[in-house]
Design a protein. Structure first.
Length: 229
């Protein structure tokens, strides 16, 4: 399942807005919409204005990566405040309900440490979650689950029946994670994305349309610090 290549953006409703307004500021697209505007349409609007947005994004300086004040993970219903402590070398340590982050004026390296912590947490949670989903759906013909921090896919199903899941899924609601899991598990029965595959997924995931809409605008859920290289 591929990630849509949408630019980083925010969406804000304005009571006096009569139409959708796009602005680019500090490397982020600011989308202003009228009150009640369907959020699932934002992705299509950004795609339609891709060339204009890319031109203006290229003209702005990409903001420096910043260490987050907290890490919210809707998939798990948990939020971890980040407590920064001066240190000679960056480190990250889970202490109770918060993260202790040793900082040494190297935000990129500190964010990479948070990414490693996120991937380790996802590795401890997602395989078991996927196994439960497989049992409920009757789609247990897979070999193993691995967790990665992919750039272009939320998940995949290999010829060796290995399911790969993106650790960034933890930033989405639980039903979206379930949808991605069922999507990949369904490939154990149907290799392509034909009508039989779609019918199977929709029979198992009643909320698939809303989950697909959320995945089309990942910038509203996945923070920028986790995209650091």
């Amino acid at each position: 399942m591929k990630i849509r290549d949408l630019p980083p953006h925010t969406v804000r409703e304005h009571p006096r807005a009569k139409r959708v307004i796009l602005r680019v500021k500090c490397g982020v697209v600011q989308v202003t919409v009228p009150r009640g505007f369907p959020r699932q349409r934002v992705g299509a609007i950004l795609e339609a204005h891709h060339a204009w947005l890319q031109r203006h994004l290229d003209e702005t300086n990409t903001p420096q990566v910043e260490v987050p004040e907290r890490v919210a993970l809707p998939a798990l219903g948990r939020e971890f405040p980040v407590v920064c402590c001066p240190a000679k070398r960056p480190y990250v340590q889970a202490v109770g309900d918060h993260l202790r982050l040793g900082v040494s004026d190297a935000p990129r390296q500190e964010c990479l440490l948070l990414c490693r912590w996120l991937q380790n947490l996802a590795q401890s949670v997602l395989p078991g979650w996927c196994a439960q989903t497989a049992r409920r759906s009757g789609l247990s013909d897979y070999a193993r689950v691995q967790v990665r921090r992919q750039k272009t896919r939320w998940g995949s199903f290999s010829m060796k029946k290995t399911i790969s899941l993106n650790c960034k899924l933890l930033f989405f609601p639980p039903e979206v994670v379930e949808y991605v899991m069922v999507h990949e598990l369904a490939h154990s029965r149907h290799k392509g994305h034909g009508s039989a595959f779609q019918a199977l997924v929709r029979s198992l995931v009643p909320h698939c349309s809303s989950s697909e809409a959320i995945l089309r605008v990942p910038g509203q859920w996945v923070p920028q610090w986790v995209e650091v290289e």
